[in-house]
Design a protein around this ligand. Structure first.
Ligand code: RIB
Ligand code: CA
Length: 299
């Protein structure tokens, strides 16, 4: 049976790979929608990027629903231009589709699909979790309709925005707090494994031989732009395809102390009441195998 999924994303250079993977593995994923949020750039830009990425991947069939234009209680910060470029895609230009986002807001689309999927919907969150938190606040019964959340976020050790907090959690830690308290099962794929999941350009060049030259070139430019940094979001969604991550049960809560540790994902691996499976190790061979399988679809 295919997994019905929604990808909630802020494309985003590594989000590009996440969407390309979700779009390629149509034998594994029933990609119900892509919902967008700010973070790497403003929601208007990330929505445009999501539409264009799906178009490039020949998946105009997938609806895109634009999300919130601010975090739950804060405005968006400045776009992460250094990591994602002015256009959110590493300053790499891809063809623009004239397809538009649907009228439904992200939180309403998530609820609509959750009701349709009878408890089987999996949310793949690879940006700040504002839209999902908004859906939980607006539709509390949704927590019984979501099978699980596969999240790129957090870390069992150091952060990347502060020494303690990872970007997707930090940007809207009050939203993340709602998710980790919701009772929805979470697979947390954090920096502690994604930073180790580097796919060097030379590896990509080998596994992408024979792929569509244009898509291959776009991906090469994105990898070059990131200058060796991991494609965090690809690691998260790919873990549903190849079993390359080791998970351990933990009780995870979000630090809200109002000071320097805000947004830290505090993991208790000895808890008798775990709420999260936390990724603690990665097998790079399996990750590369998943990426190679994606590239074989884009011939
Ligand atoms: O910390 C990495 C995460 O923040 C990734 O999802 C990246 O796209 C940014 O959103
Ligand atoms: Ca992202």
């Amino acid at each position: 049976m295919r997994y019905p999924i929604i990808i909630d994303t802020d494309p985003g250079v590594d989000d590009f790979f996440c969407i390309a993977i979700g779009a390629a593995y149509s034998d594994i994923f029933d990609l119900k929608a892509v919902t967008t949020i700010g973070g790497n750039n403003a929601t208007e830009v990330t929505t445009r990027n999501a539409l264009d990425i799906l178009h490039l991947c020949k998946r105009d069939d997938v609806p895109v629903a634009a999300g919130e234009t601010s975090y739950l209680e804060e405005e968006f910060g400045e776009p992460g231009v250094a990591f994602h470029g002015l256009n959110g895609l590493g300053n790499v230009e891809i063809p623009h589709t004239d397809k538009k986002a649907i009228d439904l807001k992200a939180c309403d689309k998530i609820y609509e699909v959750a009701k349709e999927c009878n408890g089987e919907l999996i949310l793949v969150t690879v940006g700040p979790t504002t839209n999902v938190a908004k859906a939980i606040l607006k539709y509390p019964d949704i927590t019984k309709m979501i099978k699980k959340i596969v999240m790129m976020g957090g870390s069992t050790d150091k952060g990347n925005i502060t020494p303690y907090a990872e970007a997707n959690i930090y940007h809207d830690y009050k939203a993340a707090n709602i998710l980790f308290k919701s009772g929805i099962p979470i697979d947390m794929i954090g920096l502690n494994v994604t930073l180790k999941s580097v796919m060097p350009r030379e590896v990509f060049d080998v596994i992408s031989e024979g792929s569509n030259p244009y898509i291959r070139e776009v991906m090469q430019k994105l990898i070059d732009f990131r200058n060796g940094e991991a494609m965090h979001d690809a690691v998260a969604i790919g873990s549903m395809i190849e079993d390359y991550l080791t998970f351990e049960d933990a009780f995870v809560y979000i630090e809200l102390n109002g000071e320097e540790r805000n947004g830290q994902t505090v993991c208790d691996f000895n808890s008798k009441t775990p709420n999260t499976r936390v990724a603690t190790a990665v097998n790079l061979d399996g990750y590369y195998k998943m990426m190679k399988g994606m590239l074989e679809v884009y011939r």
